[in-house]
Design a protein around this ligand. Structure first.
Ligand code: NAD
Length: 331
């Protein structure tokens, strides 16, 4: 089966090819994103394989369907970039990688948190410049602090377990509370209590119309002064302009981001020789207490292996006319 793989980097090729040795699908790799103008690249393929920043809205899906595409295989968990309604209307099925190493993302959230707290990014630059002064690098013990986990699913629970290991108190917020979370030794709390008590907030819920700008000016104003915010989930959860204002006033004590609401124009590309015109993003980068990584939380050997194996397995099921184990169905 012909698969058009968009947003393909060298590691995608390496790991997808390795997973495809037995199946022998014909892989056509494109380093560009899928969007209206790149749709024709997929025209002789039955399957398109996409990432988080590819666009699969109604016009793109309609054009893909006209070109013969029948399956969208997402090599990620989140599917906020796919119009499921339009896909169904066009006769296109959509599969994703439901689960792949929640440890990869949770551990990256911890890495961002501790880099921010202990100012590792600044210390790294100082020591390389033979500046061994530690003024301005003071952090705080995680032990005894209160951590809020917004979204207590697979990744949120792994993050909670790690935080409990540090000796933190963990509060959760979720539309569907689970016993698996409380069994860890954490408990659920109302937004008011979270705002009043949390020293650290980490986002692990999906981006939906309900969670868009979940972190906004009003929510930020209810936080404990100087709280740290970590977002490894989806950029649209945070109103970046409001977060910038909260950083300027000191209400937000630090921000660790692996995702950014306008990341599609920036991430996964080397723009070091160009002028970045996103002033909101550039302002963020100017804060000493902001760390941004470019959507790399998933990027571990274990996670990529599972992602690629699951993707090829979904295409195998599709090619064989079987029930698709990882199909996203509209609720
Ligand atoms: P999951 O489905 O296991 O958990 C998500 C949890 O969020 C669920 O418990 C759900 O009930 C909860 N939730 C939904 N709406 C909510 C709301 N309004 N308020 C609070 N909680 C809400 O998903 P997961 O595997 O833990 O992944 C979580 C998110 O992480 C994904 O949606 C994706 O956006 C993000 N992600 C990021 C990366 C990365 O590389 N940065 C990689 C994988 C996943």
């Amino acid at each position: 089966m012909k698969i058009a793989v968009f947003s393909a980097r060298n590691y995608d090729r390496e790991f997808l090819d390795a997973s495809n040795t037995t199946a022998g699908h014909q892989m056509n790799y494109f380093d560009v994103r899928l969007e209206a103008k790149t749709v024709p690249l997929a025209f002789d393929s039955k399957v398109v394989c996409l990432l988080t920043n590819d666009t699969a809205d109604a016009p793109v899906l309609k054009a893909l369907a006209a070109g013969g595409v029948r399956l969208v295989a997402l090599r990620c968990t989140g599917f906020n970039n796919v119009d499921l309604e339009a896909a169904a209307q066009c006769g296109i099925k959509v599969v994703r990688v439901v689960t792949y190493s929640p440890y990869s993302v949770a551990e990256h959230a911890v890495a961002l948190l501790q880099a921010l707290n202990r100012k590792i990014h600044r210390a790294y630059n100082r020591t390389r410049d033979s500046n061994f002064a530690i003024d301005g690098l003071m952090g705080f013990d995680l032990h005894g602090k209160t951590v809020a986990v917004i979204g207590t699913g697979k990744i949120g629970r792994v993050f909670a377990r790690i935080m409990l290991g540090f000796g933190c108190k963990v509060l959760g917020q979720d539309t569907t509370p689970t016993q698996e979370f409380t069994a860890l030794g954490a408990r659920y709390a109302e937004p008011g209590e979270i705002g009043a008590k949390a020293d650290i907030i980490s986002l692990h819920c999906p981006l939906t119309p309900e969670t868009q700008h979940l972190v906004n000016a009003e929510m930020l104003s209810r936080l404990k002064h100087g709280a740290l915010l970590i977002n490894t989930s989806r950029g649209g959860l945070v109103d970046t302009v409001a977060a910038t204002e909260a950083l300027k006033s000191g209400q937000l004590g630090g921000l660790g981001l692996d995702v950014y609401e306008q990341e599609a124009d920036l991430f996964f590309r080397d723009l070091s020789s160009t002028i970045v015109t996103d002033d909101v993003f550039e302002r963020l980068l100017s804060f000493p207490n902001v760390i941004v990584t470019s959507h790399q939380a998933f990027f571990t050997r274990e996670a990529i292996t599972t992602i690629c194996e699951t993707t090829i397995s979904s295409v195998n099921e599709f090619a064989a006319g079987k029930v698709l184990s990882n199909e996203i169905r509209r609720s």
